[in-house]
Design a protein around this ligand. Structure first.
Ligand code: ACM
Ligand code: ZN
Length: 505
């Protein structure tokens, strides 16, 4: 399969070769111009800087794009490589970019002399994502654009952008400048001269990311994590903490990692008002269907002693079956208010799988991170689910190997483990199976300070997960993947990806 990752649905090789004598011209309908320009830039990256003498006489080939595919969905494509022409057939613009990713990989593998072949291809899942935590460490817009480009070259189509957590608030909203002013920098105490460290993304930065992603048919899902993981939010709004009359606690973005009691007071209307304004600001910046509101890892002890939270539980009848105040139900109630606000903006809320514990509207898309079992349970209950289980699958902050000298935290996930990821666990009912939209890889960055380190954690495990999400089960095979990875590795090298090169298992 010529180093193609993800593996296409079908590849048929025929006689002959197509010689590329120069950067080929394109024939296409005007509407495909943005996509064609992305594909042309990919080919220019992969073609040799000087075309070898023997190919210069080749017939000038043309890459013709036809908008005539009727089956396979918006991202499907057919690619024909013939001696003097390359044809791409699509059902929509997205297919042009997906076909272009295949073509770029073929050119990487074969240079100017492509084998004649025909490829038919379409994705297994509609949600093929990756998450980057830009909170624990700050990453530049240029780095994010580069990761989007690499993701598109692997046919991924969802970018989950983790923008708030205990350690920082990264979004500089024009209407609420205090959030980034107090939340975007944290004290770096690693040296004896303690400094503020961090950064935030302006509206212009977000527009660059969203537009670049759109040109590659990647949707951006921003995440603001509430009501937990909120130290950096409370840094500018300490009044939203469950304080008593004698408590004047102040908050700073955390310089430690873990789970903290910096949780928004679920009893105060002000908390919901603020979260509502934040998501309203987000909806103006991010045009996609989904807004992610977090909801994971919420310590709830202080809700039980806070007079506002207790009043809320009393007024809303949030008790357990023994009649005691139930903070799980308070979280469910809080997230429901957030969800109603997000729906009012015409968007769908995404939340981590803890939301299923207390129950929520079936309109919420659940991201199953604790385990595939949590995702299966949610799917059986009727939620739409994206699988990103932490254990030996989708958490790319884990080490590649069980070695002291490998970077990483909290677990081991070999390339083989990542490859074995399947969003559909055994034994699901047909209805539940239909609720699973796909999966994604998550890169948390507590120990990832620099972009080059991020690439080491991502690749080639993200290549493996991209195949798990795109390729039909019938063509997936680890031995084949491992052998394609030899050529694919050179493709990544040409793009100067700082990939992991060690054993795959
Ligand atoms: C998570 O890893 N807490 C979503
Ligand atoms: Zn409270």
């Amino acid at each position: 399969m010529y180093g193609l990752i993800p593996a296409p649905v079908s590849v048929e090789v025929s006689e002959g070769h197509c010689l590329i004598g120069c950067l080929p011209g394109f024939g296409y309908e005007k509407q495909f111009e943005p996509e064609v320009s992305v594909v042309a830039s990919w080919l220019a990256q992969q073609l040799p800087k000087t075309i070898p003498e023997e190919y210069r006489q080749a017939d000038i080939i043309s890459i013709n794009v036809y908008n005539d595919l009727v089956k396979g969905g918006t991202e499907a494509y057919k690619l024909f490589i013939r001696p003097t022409v390359i044809e791409i057939h699509v059902a929509s613009a997205a297919g042009v970019v997906r076909a272009g990713a295949t073509l770029a990989q073929l050119v990487s593998a074969h240079g100017c002399r492509l084998p004649c072949l025909s490829i038919e291809d379409q994705p297994r899942y509609s949600w093929r994502g990756f998450m980057l935590d830009t909170v624990r460490n700050f990453f530049s817009v240029d780095f994010i654009l580069r990761q989007l480009d690499l993701a598109a070259l692997h046919k991924l189509n969802m970018f989950h952008w983790h923008l708030s957590d205990d350690q920082a608030w990264r979004l500089d909203l024009e209407e609420m400048p205090e959030l980034a002013a107090h939340g975007a920098q944290r004290l770096d105490r690693r040296f004896n001269v303690v400094k503020w460290k961090g950064g935030s993304y302006s509206a212009a930065d977000v527009r660059r990311v969203v537009e670049f992603a759109a040109s590659r048919h990647i949707s951006v899902i921003p995440e603001i994590d509430v009501p937990g993981h909120s130290s950096a939010l409370l840094a500018s709004h300490p009044e939203l903490w469950c304080r008593s009359a004698h408590d004047d606690r102040h908050f700073l973005p955390e310089d430690r990692y873990g789970i903290f009691d910096a949780v928004l007071c679920a009893g105060r209307d002000e908390s919901l008002n603020l979260v509502g304004r934040v998501f309203s600001g987000l909806s103006g910046l991010f045009p996609g269907k989904y807004l992610h509101a977090g909801g994971d890892e919420v310590p709830k002890e202080q809700w039980l002693v806070c007079e506002h939270c207790r009043a809320r539980m009393r007024d809303e009848g949030l008790q357990d079956k023994h009649g005691n105040f139930d903070p799980e139900r308070l979280q469910a109630w809080f997230m429901e208010q957030v969800q109603v606000g997000i729906n009012g903006l015409g968007r769908t809320m995404v939340g981590w799988d803890e939301l299923v514990d207390g129950g929520c509207s079936r309109d919420v898309l659940i991201m199953a991170w604790r385990s595939t079992g949590h995702g299966a349970k949610a799917a059986e209950l009727g939620y739409k689910v994206v699988m990103c289980p932490q254990n030996k699958a989708c958490y790319l902050d884990h080490k590649h190997l069980d070695l002291e000298e490998e970077p990483g935290q909290l677990g081991i996930c070999t390339v083989r483990d990542a490859y074995a990821f399947d969003p559909h666990p055994e034994g699901l009912s047909a209805a539940a199976a239909a609720n699973i939209l796909g999966g994604q890889a998550n890169l948390w960055t507590e120990l990832v300070y620099f972009g080059k380190q991020a690439e080491y954690m991502l690749y080639p495990r993200l290549s493996a997960i991209a195949e798990a999400l795109w390729s039909p089960k019938a063509v997936r095979d680890f031995a084949s993947f491992a052998s394609r990875l030899e050529l694919h590795g050179r493709f990544l090298d040409r793009l100067q990806v700082n990939r992991y090169r060690g054993p795959l298992e």
